[in-house]
Design a protein around this ligand. Structure first.
Ligand code: FAD
Ligand code: NAI
Length: 509
């Protein structure tokens, strides 16, 4: 009995301690401390973008060392790996957004943020031109910002390869607005298909959901959409059951080319079970408002052009350069051979410049354009900039001591200064010892629908390939732990629970 009483007391006290800890964490988050204003005598470091690369840099950057200015048209960080889940309402979009203002208010020293798009970078004049593209504009909506150091982390835009009709008729999946448009279009197609006197052919077209691009974006979206249909849509709108169909179109012979053969086969098999049609070796050439024209290659190698009617078209064929990046590349002779992004050296310095660095999807450093790479590059730059500031500080101290030493006659005081200088030189050598950027690949994960995921995980010196329901739980816990903040984690967890209990919301906003 005594033992039970003590166990209860310990449990009670631990729970109380845990609650107090969480409570204090929330209080701290909601009560940012006063921040010292930036010191104008310090170098101005301008960071473009609030995506994976830039935010990862800001997270680890000691902002006391620079006048930091952030410019981005998006005043929040977006956790892109869970964006496909927002297209069907499994997760609400605000749960994976983190306001950049909240985050910046917790930095040691104040950081300026401007909600604007960089329209041009003049690398010789060391100036960027920015434009406020938001709906509300003040008297000033475009201006320039001088910089001493610049980090370009503007990401990429959607590739269309100049295929006619894509921009006008297709929907992309890169930003929050894209996911909202898709969610609305899915419901619109379903409601319109059930409109009185709709012809059978038109019903089939409206309920044909076509996804172009068999990379991870296309695959994850197709899986989420089929889940939405199976668990919710067909329950609430039984009339669509016969005709609702998802097709994934891919130009290459298989989907998910970055995964191992075993997982590609597993994904294709799972899609078949889920009744998602995969059309490989099929290249879309033209898009109209009601059908796509695609060229498919048969097993005999013969090419065939066909029209595929659709109600919803999601275009996920990878990345293209943003205009501001293209323009910068054209200004720099050393970039003339680079096609897919800013060529950078092993310290992520944009080749042909001295004070410009690039991270993430807009930089070409021989790695895939993923969040993992962008985040590691951002963290590397933070270490580099912190180290550069420390180096400068030690060098100034050394200079002061050296001047002092010259003025002091030989003797004990001079010897003491000499010893201090030796110590500083040792520290300087240690600080300066920073190797180039090295990417460490942790693995690839993708959700493929019906509570299954695939994972190619780097483990010790080898690789583990796995697919199925267990991998799905791993996928969920990995992405939950990687969410930006505790607030995001709690919101995502609540969304998952909510959609499991009540189903996804089928109202059209
Ligand atoms: P982004 O994160 O795209 O950020 C770019 C920033 O620059 C944005 O804030 C943007 O507003 C801003 N910006 C744009 N233009 C300008 C301008 N002119 N001036 C100033 N700022 C500008 N990768 C993974 O590793 N794992 C995943 O599971 C995964 N899932 C994904 C799912 C989806 C649906 C998508 C679309 C991508 C996914 N990725 C994933 C890829 C990953 O999101 C990108 O590689 C990553 O976002 C790149 O980071 P970034 O910082 O370069 O660019
Ligand atoms: P992607 O570049 O990986 O794949 C695009 C696919 O579209 C390619 O397979 C290509 O062959 C196909 N394609 C191109 N033009 C076509 C056409 N006209 N007709 C038919 N098919 C065509 O693009 P995605 O999926 O948008 O990913 C972009 C980046 O983001 C990648 O680096 C990817 O690794 C990363 N990402 C990673 C995720 C994850 O790890 N789970 C999820 C989403 C994106």
């Amino acid at each position: 009995f005594r033992f039970l009483r003590w166990t209860w007391r310990i449990t009670y006290l631990s729970a109380l301690g845990g609650l107090a800890y969480v409570g204090y964490g929330i209080y701290e988050m909601r009560s940012p401390p006063d921040q010292p204003e930036p010191d104008p005598s310090k170098k101005t470091l301008v960071i473009l973008g609030t995506g994976w690369g830039s935010v990862s840099l800001l997270k680890k950057l000691d902002t006391e060392n620079y006048n930091v200015i952030v410019v981005s048209p998006r005043n929040y960080f977006l956790f892109t790996p869970l964006l496909p889940s927002c297209t069907t309402g499994t997760i609400e979009h605000r749960s994976i957004m983190e306001p950049i203002r909240n985050f910046l208010r917790h930095k040691k020293s104040a950081v300026k943020y401007y909600e604007a798009e960089a329209t041009k970078i003049d690398y010789q004049k060391k100036v960027i031109y920015v434009n406020d593209d938001s709906e509300i504009k003040g008297d000033v909506s475009s201006t320039e910002i001088p910089f001493d150091m610049l980090v370009v982390g503007v990401g990429a835009e959607n590739a269309t390869f100049g295929i006619p009709g894509v921009r006008e008729n297709g929907l992309f999946l890169k930003e929050v607005g894209d996911a909202q448009k898709i969610r609305k279009r899915i419901m619109d197609c379903c409601e319109t298909a059930t409109f009185k006197d709709q012809s059978a052919e038109e019903v089939q077209r409206l309920l044909h959901m076509v996804v172009v691009g068999g990379g991870p974006t296309g695959v994850e979206f197709a899986g989420e959409l089929q889940d939405f249909f199976e668990s919710d849509l067909k329950k609430w709108i039984p009339d669509i059951t016969e005709n609702f169909h998802v097709t994934l179109v891919e130009a290459l012979p298989n989907v998910l080319p970055m995964f191992s053969k075993q997982l590609i086969d597993y994904t294709e098999k799972t899609f078949k079970e889920e009744t998602i049609t995969i059309r490989t070796k099929t290249m879309v050439k033209n898009v109209t408002d009601k059908y796509i024209e695609a060229e498919s290659t048969g097993p005999d190698g013969k090419k065939k052009l066909e029209k595929i009617p659709y109600g919803l078209l999601v275009w996920a064929t990878g990345n293209a350069l943003r205009p501001v990046v293209k323009d910068l590349m054209q200004q720099i002779p050393a970039q003339k051979d680079s096609r897919r992004g800013l060529a950078v050296n092993e310290y992520l310095v944009v080749k042909g410049t001295e004070n410009i660095w690039a991270v993430g999807d807009c930089a070409i450093a021989n790695y895939a354009p993923t969040a993992q790479v962008a985040a590691q590059e951002g963290a590397f730059l933070a270490r580099l900039f912190n180290q550069m500031a420390k180096t400068e500080e030690i060098e100034t101290e050394l200079k002061t001591l050296s001047d002092k030493q010259d003025k002091v006659p030989n003797g004990e005081q001079r010897n003491a200064i000499f010893a201090d200088m030796k110590e500083l030189q040792k520290r300087l050598r240690r600080v300066k010892q920073m190797g180039p950027f090295e990417y460490s690949h942790q693995g690839s994960l993708a959700y493929i629908g019906s509570e299954k995921a695939v994972a190619d995980i780097s483990w010790l010196a080898g690789n583990i390939a796995s697919g199925g329901t267990l991998t799905y739980f791993f996928w969920r816990s990995a992405y939950l732990s990687m969410c930006f903040s505790t607030r995001n984690r709690i919101l995502v967890l609540l969304d998952w629970t909510k959609s499991k209990i009540f189903g996804r919301d089928v109202s059209r906003e």
